[in-house]
Design a protein around this ligand. Structure first.
Ligand SMILES: Nc1nc2c(c(=O)[nH]1)N[C@H]1C(S)=C(S)[C@@H](COP(=O)(O)OP(=O)(O)OC[C@H]3O[C@@H](n4cnc5c(=O)[nH]c(N)nc54)[C@H](O)[C@@H]3O)O[C@H]1N2
Ligand SMILES: Nc1nc2c(c(=O)[nH]1)N[C@H]1C(S)=C(S)[C@@H](COP(=O)(O)OP(=O)(O)OC[C@H]3O[C@@H](n4cnc5c(=O)[nH]c(N)nc54)[C@H](O)[C@@H]3O)O[C@H]1N2
Ligand code: SF4
Ligand SMILES: [Mo]
Length: 742
């Protein structure tokens, strides 16, 4: 596996797990340390692609700021290093005391993106909470402050088992609020090149985004709407398709119900109405609809840009409905474009999993009386779950690879909540915003120090369309490339939860090869109860994770650079004779919400004289949320998150690139650094999240950047099902604080 170059320098192959694109990498290892990372040029599908974050992995692994021993916070606020066994023992004792006083519902977990370093990690927190007997109520995850509407909408619409038509072969595509070239959402493999090639092969790409992004470079049509109006735009597109009879009537008749009710519901969304609500041209709405419907294949997809201003579930539901009325799903006889390799061998039939209700109002949350749902506890309510006294109050929180001090909407409230806990544990690799508030910091292994496999990528498809995965039957496994630095005392997140559960006398059951989500299962997971007498190895956990896979993990392991298993038969089978499931185009909750959106002209706050700009989210290429902000190589280029503004807006306010500005919403204020961006729609302020200092620390706009969450009011407006606060299209105003010397 390792091609020797010299006695001390070796080339090894691994997988980058900084983000979920999972790029295969070639790593130079000298004296046991990774010194250089480039893309694996022998990868059969990635072609050597990596991004700056992946190439900067060695700088993160050996950063002087990396935490290499457990840290315990002392009464004076300083940290002292203690051995891992002592840390786990002390944490267990404190949890026992909290449980004895308040019950198990006082203990919560919050896993985040730093968990991607091992596919076992993201799910083990949920299984720990199951062992505590409080699942799902005490399982808070980033999913419910991300795009939970994708799973909710899929539940209401039904899930087409063979999935959408593949991007790489489609003749049109509508991207709503997503920038895959930077985010890799939807397209994991070298997205810049993949998008360019698709257009070259005849795709008419349509992008709906207030900003001309890296992904609009090759677009046939770019529509730059006022933020937060995507539901109206999608309803308008549907109206054109249905009123002009451009839909696939045969597919609908055989596979969907509710088209007449849907048609009536979108009727008010005339191109003129949509144009006036979204500030776009009516002709563009018609052109987008006709182009999409006329092409022989393609898909409408949504992501964070469409989800964060609220109505994300509705946007996703409308996108699914456009795809269904146009029959944009893989059919019998065609090749499955989300093939299983490390997922189980199941018959893929051209039929849906039936719609179901993903919420249960007989079990409501303590805060805001939200229903129990299939996406876990509503993370938007987590700070109030901590701050609100009474039975069920959360007193201890375990954060694994998450950074709630900057990622939770309403940063001041989150800060108050986190600092009021009896116990805060951060499983992290640095003194992140959250770790700086924690009672214990538990150092994890990093990306190159853990094995990797592509099953997680395959399984992303269960969380809605346009999430990730491969369109060819590719799989890869890579062992750990290096050991953690000599003398360090680290533990993987999943191992920490195992040890903690064991010490608490609880046994964790792991559910391997979970091929589905909610009530939509291609195959039920395989239960594997973790033995108490001996901690399984990570390799054994991988075996459990891939139990019953279509290609055995052992076979995948034979191919160092991964393999496209072209020999697998991917032909989608016809609908089963006894299958009665139909896709639902007229879910009553969704159609009622659509009516509200029409009545309220989008139901989003419009800019006003007091707050003339709308703040919108964006992903930074050099950072993965907050990951990378302290990486010496990445942060050397720029460690803050610029406040991007249209040059006309800047000029009107007498400001210029580099000025330190105050950004104020009705709820809060942060400092930012202005930067002109001509490609941004006037009237918007575009800024990345998970930057900034903690509320009790001094502002540092040029160094740490500004935390956009501080501008968000968690209780003013939130999703009625999973409680996600409004995180996009936030009205703000700016003022100059310091002007750069000319
Ligand atoms: N205002 C605003 N808020 C947002 C968003 C937004 O756009 N705007 N986006 C939302 C979305 S989509 C998401 S997903 C969330 C993200 O929310 P989080 O997942 O909470 O945020 P991250 O910054 O990804 O947190 C990653 C943490 O993992 C740590 N870490 C890095 N490497 C490792 C490792 O190897 N092991 C471990 N254990 N930890 C590691 C990092 O230091 C960091 O503390 O934020 C949400 N919040
Ligand atoms: N490099 C990098 N990659 C990442 C991340 C990262 O931080 N950095 N984060 C990861 C995470 S946690 C996630 S969830 C995914 C997200 O993946 P994406 O959702 O693709 O995220 P973005 O790249 O921010 O793209 C969102 C786009 O929506 C646009 N937008 C903003 N508001 C609106 C609106 O109201 N309507 C419309 N139509 N568009 C709008 C923005 O201008 C932006 O171009 O990315 C993941 N990948
Ligand atoms: S961080 Fe960059 S190199 Fe690593 S997996 Fe994501 S896109 Fe690939
Ligand atoms: Mo996310």
């Amino acid at each position: 596996m390792a091609a020797h170059q010299s006695a001390t320098s070796q080339t090894r192959f691994g997988i980058c797990k900084v983000c979920w694109a999972g790029c295969p990498v070639e790593v130079t290892v000298e004296d046991g340390r990774a010194t250089r990372v480039i893309g694996d040029r022998q990868s059969p599908i990635y072609g050597g692609y990596t991004c700056p974050k992946g190439r900067a992995m060695p700088d993160a692994h050996y950063s002087p700021t990396r935490v290499l021993h457990p840290r315990k916070r002392m009464p004076d606020g300083s940290y002292t290093e203690i051995p891992m066994a002592q840390a786990i023992e002390e944490i267990a004792q404190r949890i026992e005391a909290i449980v004895a006083e308040y019950g198990p519902e006082a203990i919560a977990v919050y896993p985040g993106n730093g968990n991607l370093t091992n596919p076992i990690n993201p799910v083990i927190g949920a299984m720990f909470i199951m062992a505590m007997g409080t699942f799902p109520d005490r399982f808070f995850s980033v999913q419910t402050i991300d795009q939970a509407g994708k799973v909710i909408a899929q539940a209401l619409h039904g899930r087409w088992i063979p999935g959408p038509q593949p991007f790489s072969r489609a003749k049109t595509w509508i991207m709503v609020g997503t920038n895959p070239v930077i985010s890799k959402q939807g397209v994991m493999v070298n997205p810049g090149q993949t998008v360019k090639q698709a257009v070259k092969d005849g795709m008419k790409l349509i992008v709906i985004d207030p900003r001309a992004t890296e992904s609009t470079a090759h677009a046939f049509l770019h529509i730059a709407p006022q933020p937060g109006q995507d539901a109206s735009i999608l309803a308008g597109i549907l109206r054109v398709i249905l009123s002009e009879n451009l839909h696939d009537a045969d597919f609908v008749a055989a596979n969907a119900i509710g088209i007449e009710a849907l048609k009536a519901s979108v009727e008010p969304f005339t191109p003129e109405h949509v144009a006036s609500v979204a500030g776009i041209s009516a002709d563009d709405v018609v052109l987008a609809a006709r182009t999409f419907a006329a092409a022989e294949s393609g898909c409408v997809v949504t992501a964070t840009g469409a989800h964060f201003p609220l109505h994300g579930t509705l946007c996703e539901y409308l996108a699914l409905s456009i795809n269904t009325v146009c029959g944009r799903w893989v059919r019998a006889g065609e090749a499955h474009a989300q093939p299983h390799v490390l997922l189980p061998d199941v018959a893929i039939r051209a039929q849906p999993h039936a719609p179901y209700q993903p919420w249960d109002y007989s079990k409501t949350s303590r805060i805001n009386a939200l229903p129990q749902t299939v996406v876990g506890a509503p993370t938007g309510t987590l700070p109030d779950e901590i701050l609100t006294p009474g039975k069920g109050q959360v007193r201890a929180l375990i954060c694994s690879g998450s950074n709630p001090a900057v990622s939770l909407p309403d940063q001041n409230r989150a800060g108050r909540a986190l600092s009021s806990l009896d116990l805060l544990v951060a499983i992290d690799v640095e003194m992140s915003n959250t770790a700086r508030m924690a009672d214990y910091v538990i150092p994890d292994r990093m990306s190159l120090e853990t094995p990797a496999c592509s099953q997680f990528s395959e399984s992303m498809k269960y969380y809605g369309i346009w999430t990730g995965g491969y369109e060819v039957p590719f799989a890869q496994y890579a062992p750990a490339v290096v050991e953690p630095p000599a003398g360090s005392d680290t533990i993987e997140s999943w191992e920490f939860f195992y040890e903690l559960a064991k010490r608490l006398g609880k046994q964790i059951t792991y559910f391997g090869n979970a091929a589905g989500t909610g009530q939509h299962w291609d195959k039920a997971p395989v239960a594997f109860t973790l033995p108490l007498e001996r901690r399984p190895t990570t390799e054994e956990m991988f075996e459990a994770m891939c139990a019953g896979s279509r290609v055995p993990l052992a076979e995948v392991k034979q191919h160092t650079h991964g393999k496209v298993f072209a020999e697998l038969d991917l032909t989608v089978l016809p609908r089963a004779h006894d299958c009665t499931a139909m896709l639902q185009l007229a879910d009553p909750t969704m159609l009622a919400e659509l009516a509200t959106v029409f009545e309220r002209r989008g139901d989003t706050t419009s800019p006003s004289a007091e707050f003339p700009l709308l703040l919108i989210p964006r992903r930074a290429n050099d950072m993965m949320n907050s990951i990378g902000r302290n990486n010496p190589k990445l942060a050397a280029r720029r460690s803050h998150n610029p406040a991007y503004l249209n040059p006309a807006d800047l000029a009107r306010m007498g400001m210029a690139t580099g000025d330190i500005i105050s950004i104020r919403s009705a709820h809060g204020e942060i400092k930012g650094v202005a930067e002109a961006e001509p490609r941004l729609r006037a009237g918007t302020l575009s800024m990345s999240h998970c930057f900034g200092t903690n509320p009790d620390e001094a502002d540092d706009p040029l160094g740490q950047g500004g935390c956009t969450s501080r501008l968000m009011d968690a209780n003013a407006a939130f999703d009625p099902v999973f409680g996600q606060p409004r995180m996009g299209a936030i009205p703000v105003r700016i003022e100059a604080v310091a002007v750069v010397a000319a």
